[in-house]
Design a protein around this ligand. Structure first.
Ligand SMILES: Cc1cc2nc3c(=O)[nH]c(=O)nc-3n(C[C@H](O)[C@H](O)[C@H](O)COP(=O)(O)OP(=O)(O)OC[C@H]3O[C@@H](n4cnc5c(N)ncnc54)[C@H](O)[C@@H]3O)c2cc1C
Length: 416
């Protein structure tokens, strides 16, 4: 079997893997390798030709390819190795051995001192959410439609209904319209938007595309090709009110109903998975319960902004290098971050009590206005920030000084 030895192996060459690899190399890792199954780097951003990337990091509005090019253009000068067309099949959490398959070398074994998991996520499909009706042509996940249109120049339909108001769904509503299709409606089960408000304004409102909140698709109609969908409002328990069902003619339905972190490899390695995020439980160094395995990006928790993915991945890469070089103390006391009022989850979920700062990323359970985000240890406030508006679709963030923690940390969103 073909064998490679390295200091840090990064699995996945999307924005997370790119930032982690560069950061590990800058920190002094001797040999860093990115293993990517695709024939090119960039991950999901290869198909995101819309602007909106890099506003925080570069203070510019870049397209997806422009954003990841800022990283890929540095790989050679930083000395990061890349193995494309290579699918990782297994990660051994006890030996740090990675088994992958590459078109040129066949079955390949990579021995790393530390590993960064950056495999991103995949889309939920119609089957995951069980929408009744027939199985005609014209049904796509929003991401697969985006790939067909933006990378393969294939138009998916002329008249569309989109289920789900997440960012991909709204971005695809605009893309379909720009490509000459008519988007009849975006249908959202929840009483609030699932994605960023800026995407509602720029992708729906600016193009006159209607959004129906608290509605769902109750049936898909059509034999060979979609002929339409039945939609209905839902009650407080999200149960469709069938007496109010209506038929919307269309030839295409896009499902934008959430993303699932790609964690088969993580689970196989014995990495602890958080039941809320469906990604690895990590500490402030993006280190998992297996000290040599780090994780970052959408494989940990679904991010709305790639800028946040790059920052947390730089942390993962830095500490993966320090671990590999024997410079990360993995024996300090670890506490679990608690979620308080209106907080769905916090990442990192654990904090190792050492010197330094920790960035806490979190999402709220329900939308609210004029609130204060608080991280506290008992009665001691570790960080606070006022926000005019919070919503489950937009990530919140607080930075805390870890050395000030005595007993534990609770994060809450309150009206003051
Ligand atoms: C449609 C869409 C629109 C978006 N719009 C915006 C926006 O306007 N602004 C913004 O800031 N953010 C946006 N985002 C969010 C941002 O793009 C993501 O948060 C970011 O791409 C996540 O990066 P990642 O590296 O974690 O995952 P990915 O980009 O998904 O990369 C994961 C990589 O891992 C590889 N991989 C997976 N499994 C294996 C394996 N077993 N072996 C080898 N390789 C593997 C994959 O091939 C892929 O290249 C958008 C996301 C989507 C999906």
């Amino acid at each position: 079997m073909y064998k490679i030895d390295c200091t840090v192996a990064v699995i996945g060459g999307g924005p997370a893997g790119l930032a982690a690899a560069i950061s590990a190399k800058k920190e002094g890792a001797e040999k860093v390798i990115i293993v990517e199954r695709d024939n090119a780097l960039g991950g999901i951003l290869q198909q995101c030709i819309h602007p909106g990337f890099g506003l925080t990091r570069f203070k510019e509005e870049l397209t997806g390819p422009e954003y990841y090019s800022r990283f890929t253009s540095r790989l050679e000068e930083e000395g990061v190795d890349v193995l494309l067309n290579t699918m990782v099949l297994e990660v051994n959490g006890k030996t740090n051995k990675i088994i992958c398959v590459n078109g040129e070398y066949g079955l390949t074994e990579i021995n790393a001192k530390s590993i960064v998991l950056s495999m991103g996520c995949r889309e939920r499909t119609r089957a995951n959410i069980v929408v009744p009706g027939t199985r005609p042509a014209g049904l796509y996940t929003a991401g697969s439609a985006q790939r067909l249109i933006n990378r393969q120049n294939v138009m998916v339909g002329k008249k569309a209904v989109i289920l789900g108001s997440g960012d991909i769904g709204m971005i695809m509503a605009r893309r379909l319209t720009l490509e000459g299709a008519k988007v009849e409606l975006v249908v959202e089960l929840m009483p609030y938007l699932a994605g960023l408000t800026r995407n509602r304004v720029q992708c729906l409102d600016d193009f006159g595309i209607p959004l129906k909140l608290s509605h769902t698709i109750t049936a898909i109609v059509g034999e060979k090709r979609v002929e339409g969908v039945k939609i209905a409002p839902v009650d407080q328990n999200k149960k469709p009110i069938l007496e109010k069902e209506e038929f919307i003619p269309c030839d295409t339905v896009l499902f934008s109903v959430g993303l699932i972190p790609e964690n088969e490899l993580s689970k196989g390695a014995g990495v602890e998975i958080n039941p809320i995020t469906n990604g690895p439980t990590v500490n402030q160094y993006m280190q998992t319960n297996i000290p040599s395995i780090f994780a970052s990006g959408n494989v940990v928790h679904v991010n709305d902004l790639v800028d946040n993915v790059s920052s947390e991945s730089e942390t993962a890469g830095k500490y993966a290098c320090l671990y590999a070089n024997g410079k990360l103390n993995s024996n300090s006391e670890v506490i679990t971050v608690k979620t308080g009022s209106n907080v769905r989850y916090v990442c990192p979920q654990k904090i190792a009590l050492q010197e330094g700062k920790a960035s806490l990323y979190f999402r709220v359970l329900s939308p609210d206005e004029n609130v204060t985000l608080i991280a506290k240890d008992g009665d001691t406030i570790l960080a606070r920030k006022k926000e005019l508006r919070v919503s489950p679709g937009e990530m919140c963030n607080l930075s805390i000084d870890v050395s000030k923690i005595v007993n534990g940390v609770t994060v809450e969103v309150v009206k003051e």
